[in-house]
Design a protein around this ligand. Structure first.
Ligand code: ATP
Ligand code: MG
Ligand code: MG
Length: 565
């Protein structure tokens, strides 16, 4: 593989390597909150953080940021572990739960109080909001801001003991109510929540705020570079203030972890917001969290997207400090590239029409040989039975050909790929005039791979499946879930008063279920085996609905971008 392109994060790390700041150590972390399934955006963050650890011979921690008791569940923990493993990354011994640090976080808060850097505020939430000020107006000090250390210690321990109602007291950092950065106007750091936590149960009734917990988690784990998305840039001064205060109090050694922000993934034709994903699932617009059309990683896996394709994608889109939109076709092309290289070729007829070779003996069959991969002869060939009755694609026959049509029409000759040249002699129709069977004669001396094959010069080259040997099964033709690049966003021509709902932009043709005829070898496909169905695209044996010896297939992506304008 080519060396990864450099980017501003790598430049920072390279500089740290030169200066010896971390004595050659690189430790990153991927810190999901276990309150949902991972999506394509998380894959970018995973590839970045784990990729840096791989590149610098460091480590990346998988840390569950589970400091919020209300929305977190073991089910999500399990699915996140499975997704990161699926992407092929390893955390070794570095699997952490932020909730394991609640004691340390509490001790850190006590230290801040003792240093006069935190206080218990007894204002109501409304009062606090009113006193916070605005972008243009400084905030107002709380009347409780100058409580003594002793009083603050007492109140904080009573918060912990459960003496106060939710919302009645809150611990705040004491920084500067007039700071131009609102995040420094005495941010809340511990709040009362009488909720059961999925790991610590009812041990705690106070929980740290994310902005307080996160820097501490990084420092406890000796993370060197803490990489997060751009919206946290305004939090960086607090991150630094907090860790500096705690290092001064002797909690952590220096140097302290460095927060670095990068642009999150914005991808067209999908939604990545958790709220919208939940709505799609709950309202039944898709078939569950692993629906192949959803941009979740479990959905991607069922779709047939590959870990290699995601890594290629992450490499290709790079890492920047500026928000940008990436077109879905970039991700699809990465999957195509990996699958073109890796997926064996097979034959499938998706819209079957019978072809009868009137001069081929009934009840007889023979083997043809088809390469498993045109560019990789070492992958060998497979046998495909050939017989009198075959399935071909309906679109490969026209009774009255349009100009430039080189496939089957009366009088024309085509090659049945890996088999014989045949000459069309006509067709049979039902009472409504629909073509139900195409008739042809085969040329016995034209078999592919025999000397006679070269005597025939034909333009059409069709795929086929022997009717007596083929395997009929369900195939799901998936396409993009949304028909518009920015679901729910107003577009030119929208009436002034119209609010566009992202659900209105769902692609009505994003899933089509058909019964296709596949070459017999596909009967033995295992769940998650990838194939290129010649002329059609890439398909995967569905990992959920395939039975032993009876796989069903999902279309991963077409051979060419069908959305390009
Ligand atoms: P929420 O905050 O609603 O729970 P989230 O997407 O931020 O959602 P986290 O579990 O906090 O979920 O995310 C874990 C990590 O993944 C974070 O470090 C976050 O920056 C990163 N991440 C989330 N969404 C994206 C995205 N679209 N592109 C890149 N990284 C992302
Ligand atoms: Mg999340
Ligand atoms: Mg988050």
């Amino acid at each position: 593989a080519p060396a990864p392109a450099t980017n501003f994060v790598r430049n920072i790390i390279d500089e740290d390597m030169r200066s010896g700041k971390w004595a050659g150590r690189v430790e990153t972390r991927f810190p999901p909150e276990p309150n949902g399934y991972l999506h394509y955006g998380h894959a970018k963050s995973i590839c970045l953080n784990f990729g840096l650890a791989e590149a610098y011979d460091g480590a990346c921690h998988l840390r569950f940021d589970d400091t919020n008791p209300e929305k977190e569940e073991q089910e999500y923990v399990d699915s996140i572990i499975e997704a990161v493993q699926w992407l092929g990354f390893k955390w070794g011994k570095h699997l952490y739960f932020a909730s394991d640090y609640f004691d340390i976080m509490y001790a850190c808060a006590v230290s801040l109080i003792k240093a006069g850097k935190a206080y218990v505020d007894s204002q109501s939430a409304d009062e606090m909001r009113a006193n916070r000020g605005t972008l243009t107006k400084p905030g107002t000090n709380s009347p409780w801001r100058d409580r003594s250390v002793a009083e603050n210690l007492d109140l904080f321990s009573r918060m912990r003991a459960g003496e106060f109602a939710e919302g009645s007291q809150i611990l705040r950092a004491k920084i500067d109510m007039a700071s131009p950065n609102i995040n420094l106007r005495d941010p809340a750091i511990y709040r009362i929540r009488k909720a059961t936590h999925h790991r610590t149960g009812d041990n705690w009734c106070i929980y740290p705020m994310y902005t307080f917990a996160h820097p501490i988690e990084d420092a406890i784990e000796s993370v060197t570079h803490s990489i997060c998305t751009l919206e946290f840039a305004d939090q960086r001064p607090f991150y630094d203030w907090l860790l500096d205060a705690l290092a001064t109090a002797g909690h952590f050694p220096r140097p302290l972890p460095q927060q670095i922000e990068f642009a999150r993934l914005n991808l067209t034709y999908v939604v990545l917001s958790k709220r919208k994903l939940i709505q799609l699932v709950d309202e039944g617009h898709v078939d569950g969290w692993d629906d192949p059309r959803l941009p979740t990683l479990i959905g991607a896996r069922r779709r047939g997207f590959t870990p290699e394709g995601f890594r290629l994608f992450a490499e290709r889109i790079g890492v920047s400090k500026g928000d940008a939109w990436i077109d879905m076709s970039v991700l699809e092309e990465c999957m195509r590239e990996h699958l073109n290289d890796s997926a064996p070729r097979r034959v499938a007829v998706l819209d079957p029409l019978k072809l009868e070779l009137s001069n081929y003996p009934a009840g007889q069959s023979e083997q043809c040989h088809a390469p498993n991969h045109p560019l990789k002869p070492e992958l060998g060939k497979r046998e495909m039975p050939f017989s009198r009755e075959l399935w071909i694609e309906r679109e490969d026959f026209m009774e009255e050909p349009v100009k430039g049509f080189h496939r089957l029409y009366p009088g024309n000759m085509v090659r049945l790929r890996y088999g014989y040249v045949v000459k069309c002699t006509g067709c049979e129709k039902d009472a409504d005039g629909n073509v139900v069977k195409v008739l042809a004669e085969y040329m016995p001396d034209s078999k592919s791979g025999t000397p006679g094959a070269d005597n025939y010069k034909v333009k059409g080259n069709l795929h086929w499946v022997s009717a007596a040997h083929g395997y009929a099964t369900e195939v799901r033709i998936y396409d993009r879930l949304f028909a518009h690049p920015h679901p729910g966003q107003r577009r030119e021509g929208d009436a002034e008063e119209m609010e566009r709902n992202f659900l209105d932009d769902i692609n009505p043709d994003s899933k089509q279920v058909i019964t296709a005829w596949l070459e017999p070898a596909l009967r033995g496909a295992h769940p998650e085996d990838h194939f290129q169905f010649e002329r059609h695209g890439y398909f995967v044996a569905d990992r959920r609905d395939s039975a032993d010896g009876a796989p069903v297939f999902n279309r991963t992506v077409t051979l060419k971008d069908s959305w390009a304008k």
